[in-house]
Write a protein of this length. Structure first.
Length: 292
């Protein structure tokens, strides 16, 4: 077990099993303004062993959660679950500018995957420091934040990085990349031929550069957590292939009225399977309880 600056509670979850579920009991934020509880569940798809990996880490300063959906194998997703926090801790700007440090960590992790031929992973990272929230991602694993102020409901979702997204399409073509279309499937053209436009790894054999248009550059959002924040859902794309963000919010809200975040994660996976998803499925739910 690694030691990250006097960590009080650390769980690393690295699984290839068919099914795993776990609950982290309530922990106070460092500002003592809210408590959070975390529930998680992962299950392998029907085609191969589970290539999803994730970690949850809590210390006296922050909560860190990472979700990595591997493709071409689990070598890169396993590496990221093992090493991403260590890579982030080595960034000189970590204490001065978290956003800058996280961006640097994505690029450093990507460089360290040069020798993992034709394997890669999406990356979704969440960090809570005091009341400050940061979510960074590359790929199509999605984070959904639900807010309710007593009258109005709203949500915020990360943007899936896929070549059919208008902004991603524009970026890829401007960089000289190609987009291949077969029916309703869009891929970044090249050696790897991915359905995502951002990832860590995915270097072609004997090449020192990614296919044109493919990048590890994360998209980052930052927010200040207040009493309207109710829960956050992090999930791999097997969930979002068969349900909308609104669907997921509706189901999690119902479960959290009577049960725990792990039961909410279980509900989303069960619903995805009922709707025909055959992909690896991983869901992490973070519930906020405000003390004010």
């Amino acid at each position: 077990m690694k030691n990250f600056n006097n960590i009080l509670f650390v769980v690393f979850l690295l699984f290839t099993s068919q099914l795993f579920s776990m609950e982290i009991e309530q922990k106070k934020s460092s500002t003592n303004e809210f408590i959070y509880s975390v529930g998680m569940r992962t299950v392998a798809g029907t085609a191969h062993a589970n290539e999803d990996r994730f970690f949850v880490c809590h210390n006296d300063k922050e909560l860190s959660v990472g979700l990595f959906d591997g493709h071409g194998g689990s070598e890169v997703s396993q590496f990221l679950a093992d090493e991403f926090l260590s890579i982030l801790q080595q960034c000189e700007s970590l204490e001065l500018c978290l956003k800058e440090a996280v961006t640097h960590a994505f690029h450093s992790a990507d460089f360290l995957c040069l020798d993992k031929n034709l394997q890669g992973s999406t990356a979704l990272l969440l960090i809570i420091r005091g009341n400050d929230l940061l979510i960074a991602h590359a790929g199509d694993s999605r984070a959904v934040l639900y807010k309710f102020d007593g009258q109005e409901k709203s949500f915020l979702a990360t943007r899936d990085h896929k070549p059919n997204d208008p902004d991603e399409r524009k970026r890829i073509l401007e960089l000289g990349g190609q987009i291949n279309v077969s029916g309703t499937t869009f891929r970044v053209g090249g050696h790897v031929n991915l359905t995502v436009s951002r990832s860590i790894g995915d270097y072609p054999k004997r090449h020192m550069a990614k296919d044109k248009g493919l990048t590890c550059q994360p998209e980052i959002l930052t927010r200040n957590i207040n009493s309207t924040y109710k829960f956050i859902i992090l999930a791999s794309d097997g969930i979002w292939d068969v349900m909308t963000s609104e669907d997921a919010i509706h189901e999690v809200k119902k479960v959290l009225l009577l049960a725990s975040p792990s039961r909410a994660a279980k509900r989303l996976i069960s619903l995805a399977q009922q709707r025909g998803s055959t992909d690896d499925l991983t869901v992490i739910v973070i519930k906020f309880t405000h003390l004010g």
